[in-house]
Design a binder for this molecule. Structure first.
Ligand SMILES: Cc1cc2nc3c(=O)[nH]c(=O)nc-3n(C[C@H](O)[C@H](O)[C@H](O)COP(=O)(O)OP(=O)(O)OC[C@H]3O[C@@H](n4cnc5c(N)ncnc54)[C@H](O)[C@@H]3O)c2cc1C
Length: 517
């Protein structure tokens, strides 16, 4: 797409996420924020007006329009939201490149010599990411949604009353509205941080040179994925967390395995630490840490903040619509995703503690049912798995063992280490485990945690079992191809079956077999 220099400059001023404005990011912009876009003229009341064209908004708009509803979709920045532009898509492209670098570095273990060693060409890695992201972007584009029959408006939306929304000088009347405005990186209140300058997920994917030394603030999923990735690109990475271990929401044993792998990749950890202040010394950024009694200084070239998400509620004039919200928790919704205005729903990161693309998608489907068809679908009815794409990955669904303990829920655990699974051994990926939490009696699965190279793919089998009400004995009956890492799950089914072989049953079998000899 051709843009004259002043148009390019003003586009980058408005949306710095599009830097560098090379051919790939121009293609991206042409799809998800077309410079020459003409907003439609509203004619009559909409069945549904959706604010925000991230996953939650796109799925709601496409689904409702497909069912024949008159739908408007409003986006102020980039259609596709965080996931396409500054979240899942670019991060997973980089995670993959980093995994390749790590595998080549590790090739000697497989008897493969790489005499010249590994050289990461960071600009090429980033260009690949931009190319792939641009290639995916037509799916979320303004043109595609117009083709689906959705009225796409580019501009900032704000309520002007309980049944009206304003965008780019026009007022839209709605029967129902959906707030799907997502979340952004939380800005931690650390003395000197703003003055020193820092990256977030909104700017890190625009880098074209690799920072030599990078401090990552926040040891949650985003911090861990990117810390390991940049370490594998050969940056010196310091990960700073205020909890004693990484990924504090995960099973502690699982998080420790990931922590070990990250340390092996060269990530230097400062856990259980507080950042007292940040200071700019020439071009260097100095973080002053307090870790227990110890004080430490970290000197880096860049700081990346991945310390939680803040819901996008400001500027929406939610008061005018009678929608209650808080700056921290976002839009207040009930189990059916209805806000305090019964004609307004919310979905995705703006109202949920499950800040994942697939959760936003599932919530959008609930909103379509509940808003358009008097449905009674509930968020509490969802079984939401998740995965952090470190290497190894860590995936989880349902109840975790530490939660069961805290809540006094009776349970049994079945654990299968990957060093007992042939395929994991052969792949050289045997440092994880599958842990299933089940009811103390019977074979009902309450939850599972998996640490494995492809844990995110493996967790779906357990999620399916939970959703379908299938227990461990069904998993044991299911033939898994040999050799696969998913056999770890089958082995857990077998382990459950062995618990059914009580002393008495075994004695009875023995008697029967000797009698029939
Ligand atoms: C680095 C990173 C990696 C991630 N990786 C994964 C992953 O691997 N897997 C996964 O499941 N999740 C991942 N996530 C989370 C995922 O991106 C989000 O959960 C998902 O994008 C939420 O979708 P959403 O529609 O709720 O919000 P968003 O995608 O944030 O979309 C909201 C949209 O609303 C627009 N908007 C806001 N206010 C207004 C307004 N007033 N008017 C008009 N438009 C407005 C915004 O511009 C935005 O485009 C990742 C997130 C990050 C940051």
């Amino acid at each position: 797409m051709e843009l004259d220099p002043s148009a390019a400059e003003s586009l980058l001023d408005a949306i710095p996420e599009l830097a560098p404005l090379d051919e790939h990011n121009r293609t991206l912009a042409a799809n998800v924020h077309p410079a020459d876009w003409q907003n439609p003229k509203p004619s009559g009341r909409y069945n549904l007006v959706v604010i925000g064209a991230g996953t939650a908004g796109l799925v709601t708009a496409a689904g409702a329009a497909g069912l024949g509803a008159k739908v408007a979709l409003i986006e102020r920045r980039l259609m596709g939201g965080d996931c396409l532009n500054v979240g899942c898509v670019p991060s997973k492209a980089l995670v993959r490149a980093a995994r390749v670098a790590a595998q080549v570095r590790d090739a000697g273990r497989f008897g493969i010599r790489v005499p010249a060693g590994v050289e990461v060409e960071f600009p090429a890695v980033m260009e690949r990411m931009r190319r792939l992201r641009a290639g995916i972007s037509p799916n979320d584009s303004a043109a595609r949604f117009r083709g689906l029959g959705v009225d796409v408006y580019i501009g900032q939306a704000a309520f002007t009353g309980p049944r009206t929304i304003q965008v780019a000088g026009q007022t839209l009347d709605f029967k129902y509205a959906v707030i799907a405005t997502g979340a952004r990186a939380a800005r931690p209140n650390i003395d000197g941080l703003a003055e020193a300058g820092f990256l977030t997920n909104e700017t890190v994917f625009s880098l074209t040179t690799l920072p030599r030394r990078l401090a990552v603030i926040g040891a949650g999923p985003i911090g861990c994925e990117l810390a390991q990735t940049f370490a594998r690109f050969d940056a010196q990475v310091f990960l700073i967390g205020n909890h004693p271990r990484v990924l504090p929401k995960e099973d502690p044993e699982a998080a420790l395995r990931v922590e070990k792998a990250m340390r092996r990749d060269g990530v230097e950890m400062s856990l259980d630490c507080t950042i007292r202040r940040v200071e700019l010394r020439g071009k260097e950024k100095v973080l002053h840490l307090e870790c227990g009694q110890a004080r430490r200084e970290l000197v880096v070239d860049e700081i990346l903040v991945g310390a939680g998400r803040t819901p996008n509620v400001e500027g929406l004039n939610l008061q005018a619509a009678g929608v209650q919200f808080s700056e921290r928790e976002g839009v207040q919704v009930n189990d059916r995703l209805r806000t305090t205005n019964k004609r307004v729903f919310a979905a995705g990161d703006v109202c949920s503690r499950y800040k994942f693309t697939h959760a936003a998608d599932a919530m959008a489907r609930i909103v379509i049912q509940n808003a358009l068809f008097w449905g009674r679908a509930k968020v509490s009815g969802l079984t939401i798995p998740w995965c952090t794409y470190t290497d190894p990955e860590i995936a989880h669904v349902g109840l975790a063992e530490h939660e069961a303990k805290e809540r006094g829920i009776a349970y049994r655990t079945f654990t299968q280490e990957l060093n007992g699974v042939d395929r994991a051994i052969l792949d050289g990926e045997d440092e994880g485990f599958v842990k299933v939490i089940a009811t103390p009696k019977g074979d009902k699965i309450l939850g599972a945690t998996i640490v494995a190279a492809h844990a995110g793919d493996m967790i779906s089998e357990i999620t399916l079992a939970m959703v379908g009400g299938l227990g461990l004995s069904t998993i044991a009956r299911t033939i898994h191809p040999y050799p696969t890492q998913a056999e770890a799950i089958k082995k857990i089914g077998d382990a459950y079956n062995r618990t059914r072989l009580t002393g008495f049953v075994k004695w009875l079998f023995g008697k029967w077999l000797s009698w029939t000899r």
